[in-house]
Design a protein around this ligand. Structure first.
Ligand SMILES: *[C@@H]1O[C@H](CO)[C@@H](O)[C@H](O)[C@H]1NC(C)=O
Ligand SMILES: *[C@@H]1O[C@H](CO)[C@@H](O)[C@H](O)[C@H]1NC(C)=O
Ligand SMILES: *[C@@H]1O[C@H](CO)[C@@H](O)[C@H](O)[C@H]1NC(C)=O
Ligand SMILES: *[C@@H]1O[C@H](CO)[C@@H](O)[C@H](O)[C@H]1NC(C)=O
Ligand SMILES: [Ca+2]
Ligand SMILES: [Ca+2]
Length: 643
């Protein structure tokens, strides 16, 4: 009896001692398992071979450990950054590879320095371990959009995840992005080696030299800043690095003149479509919250030719800044941003909020980063005119070139990607991360196949690492069809007190040549008039119940004459859904003003664009939790139901 008592006391003591040690060392109480794995091979491996093994099992190879040829740092994207239990299955799959000796999941712990923010310190430390692979350019530490370690109060890891793409060996080689803007300082030491002179042109000056026109206030610095975000050179001691730092940029100077014309736009957007892969545009109709405008005739033809014939038939990629008109504008009134043939990009700031100048609309596909934090030094760091660098590039202007850079990485990973493949990849690999609406109006919602979207951010923040990984495996999507799903032509009135709801029941051209079973873009082509256009709000609801706000209130738009005439309001939110069934259009007059207003829906044509065949059926699933797996599952369930 006594002895057992003693024994249990002794045991208690041991436990106590251990507990005390835990207390002092802070170990391992807060220990977590990270998504990092140390992998040791049985033989020497090249970076490429190791990446091959990583990709095989859903990992990303971050590179060698301390220069060893046998030990590598792998990252698993589906394992959360921190969890309390080991991911045995992931280690097991790695170990099953004949070349792998062992794999150890890395634990995460804290080394707290007093007076510093704990989380940031932990992240900083991890980053220091990877430091050897990091660009040495002096502005790289300010490029939080490439690597966010919490600089200027940002949210660690809220970034484009480009290092994961670079670690897979992709830096944009043999891809050209054209910056359609006010010129590019192509003599800039951080740009000149990546400048593609053959693909460049000055449509404002009509000569082959798109050099920015000098003004005292550096007004024409926009294009140079955008170019650096895409393709500033790495490790040259100048400024920072571009997202795709081995890709090429072309300058297309077409702004900076008294008036824009349809032809300048068309020539620009159709310039050298086999030399230029990606066109980046950070301009559009005036963001005054009352303009409704888009590509004119020739420009429209240039875009259509670009997507159908450019890149030797794979299609050019047009990247568009969604607009800086703030909450009082709606980018669906901008025919460039709202086009199906452009990828419209919105911006978030370094803590995940939308920028205060962001517009919102249902045609936005995804988001990247720009300025706007409380800290004024948190702009976008990039190249500037006359060989200089800047930390204050801003606006959704700064966001579009980042997306272009990510696409350049994807095109190097898989040069056969079509313009539609790029959009599918964007939908499937963009992430919610920690993006949110600062004003809490627009929440994250799930569409009919389980894809999360947000009215402000589209499918979320772009993830370069995930995009190139999926791009490598990608099988081009099946042919696209355009189904006119229905038409309503009898005018319907709506007033402040009385909304109108129209319905189109459709089989989505089933049995016809243009049958669509899997949605890409949907357009509500509408004619309407009203006593005050800015007070009209429109929603389109899909058969699966996905509600897209296709027009928001624009308080400054006082038009009472033009209304909308066959305007193609577009939504990306129903991507992947089955279009068959009842589509609903709801029209409201805002109740925020005192004056009574009314309007008429004059006609509505529902256009559904997408594929007849399931788009991802030949793709392997690397990760059961990925969006790809979720959509594929939804499509398989749909097929079963059909048969
Ligand atoms: C680079 O791209 C061009 C055209 O886009 C293509 O013909 C060529 O084969 C590519 N070169 C390499 C090395 O991939
Ligand atoms: C616009 O282009 C189409 C061809 O795409 C042509 O038929 C039409 O006449 C043009 N309209 C104008 C106003 O130039
Ligand atoms: C709008 O269209 C309706 C139906 O054609 C017409 O009766 C009405 O006068 C128009 N209103 C305005 C403001 O143009
Ligand atoms: C709307 O309804 C309110 C009462 O609910 C009424 O006072 C107002 O006159 C109505 N406005 C219109 C435009 O019919
Ligand atoms: Ca540089
Ligand atoms: Ca706008």
């Amino acid at each position: 009896m006594l002895s057992t008592m003693l024994a249990s006391r002794a045991l208690a003591l041991v436990v106590l001692v251990a507990a005390w040690q835990i207390e002092v060392e802070g170990f391992p109480r807060n220990e977590v398992f990270t998504n990092s794995f140390l992998v040791r091979f049985r033989r020497d491996m090249t970076l490429k071979e190791a990446s091959g093994v990583a990709n095989l099992h859903g990992f990303i190879n971050l590179g060698k450990l301390l220069g060893s040829n046998r030990e590598f740092h792998f990252l698993h994207r589906s394992v959360p950054h921190a969890r309390t239990r080991r991911s045995l299955s992931h280690m097991r799959t790695l170990k099953s590879h004949p070349d792998v000796r062992f794999a150890i999941q890395q634990t995460g712990f804290q080394r707290t320095k007093r007076g510093y923010n704990r989380l940031r310190l932990a992240v900083l430390e991890e980053i220091q371990q990877q430091h050897q692979n990091e660009p040495t350019d002096p502005y790289f530490p300010f490029q939080w959009y490439l690597k966010n370690i919490g600089q200027n109060g940002g949210k660690p890891r809220l970034d484009l995840n480009v290092e994961a793409a670079w670690a897979q060996g992709f830096t944009g080689r043999n891809v050209t992005t054209a910056i359609m803007d006010d010129g590019v300082d192509y003599m800039h030491p951080d740009l000149r080696d990546n400048y593609n002179a053959r693909a460049s042109y000055d449509f404002s000056g009509n000569d082959p030299f798109p050099y920015p026109r000098y003004t005292d206030d550096w007004f024409n610095s926009h294009g140079t800043r955008c170019a650096g975000e895409v393709a500033a050179k790495r490790d040259n001691g100048v400024c920072g690095v571009g997202v795709a730092y081995n890709s090429k940029v072309a300058g297309i100077r077409m702004l900076d003149q008294p008036y824009m014309t349809d032809l300048i736009e068309a020539n620009s957007m159709g310039h050298e479509p086999n030399l230029i892969d990606i066109y980046s545009a950070s301009w559009g109709p005036t963001d005054d919250g009352k303009t409704v405008d888009g590509p004119r005739n020739a420009t429209m033809r240039a875009i259509v030719r670009g997507v159908n014939e450019g890149r030797h038939g794979l299609g050019n990629i047009y990247v568009w800044a969604s607009g800086d008109g703030g909450e009082e504008d709606d980018c669906n009134c901008d025919g460039y941003a709202a086009s199906m043939w452009t990828v419209s990009i919105n911006s978030a700031i370094n803590n995940g909020e939308n920028a205060h100048y962001d517009e919102s609309c249902s045609s936005t596909l995804a988001s990247t980063f720009s300025n706007g934090a409380k800290d004024p030094h948190t702009g976008v760091a990039t190249t500037d005119l006359y060989g200089k660098c800047t930390k204050t590039h801003s606006g959704t202007s700064a966001a579009a070139p980042e997306a272009a850079g990510v696409f350049a990485l994807a095109l190097e990973a898989n040069p056969q990607l079509s313009w539609r493949d790029i959009q599918h990849l964007t939908v499937l690999t963009s992430k919610r991360n920690s993006l949110y609406d600062a004003k809490n109006r627009f929440h994250w919602k799930m569409n009919g196949v389980g894809l999360e979207f947000n009215h402000l951010f589209g499918y979320g923040v772009m993830d370069a690492g995930a995009m190139v990984a999926l791009a490598k495996e990608w099988k081009t999507v099946p042919p696209r069809y355009h189904c006119e799903a229905g038409l309503i032509r009898s005018p319907k009135k709506f007033t402040t007190n009385q909304s109108v709801i129209l319905e189109i029941e459709t089989t989505a051209c089933q049995g016809k040549e243009t049958e669509v079973n899997y949605v890409e873009h949907v357009q509500a082509v509408l004619s309407l008039n009203s006593t005050r256009r800015g007070e009209v709000t429109l929603y389109l609801i899909s058969p699966s119940g996905t509600r897209s706000m296709i027009l928001s209130r624009r308080p400054n738009d006082d038009d009472h004459r033009d209304g909308f005439s066959k305007w193609p309001f577009m939504t990306t939110h129903t991507w992947g859904e089955d279009p068959k069934g009842k589509w609903r259009l709801e029209a409201y007059i805002s109740q925020e003003t005192q004056q009574p207003n009314h309007g008429w829906i004059l006609d509505w044509t529902l256009m559904i664009h997408g594929t007849k065949e399931a788009p991802y059926k030949d793709l392997p699933i690397q990760d059961e939790n990925s969006k790809l797996a979720i959509v594929k599952k939804a499509h398989e369930d749909y097929m079963k139901k059909k048969h």
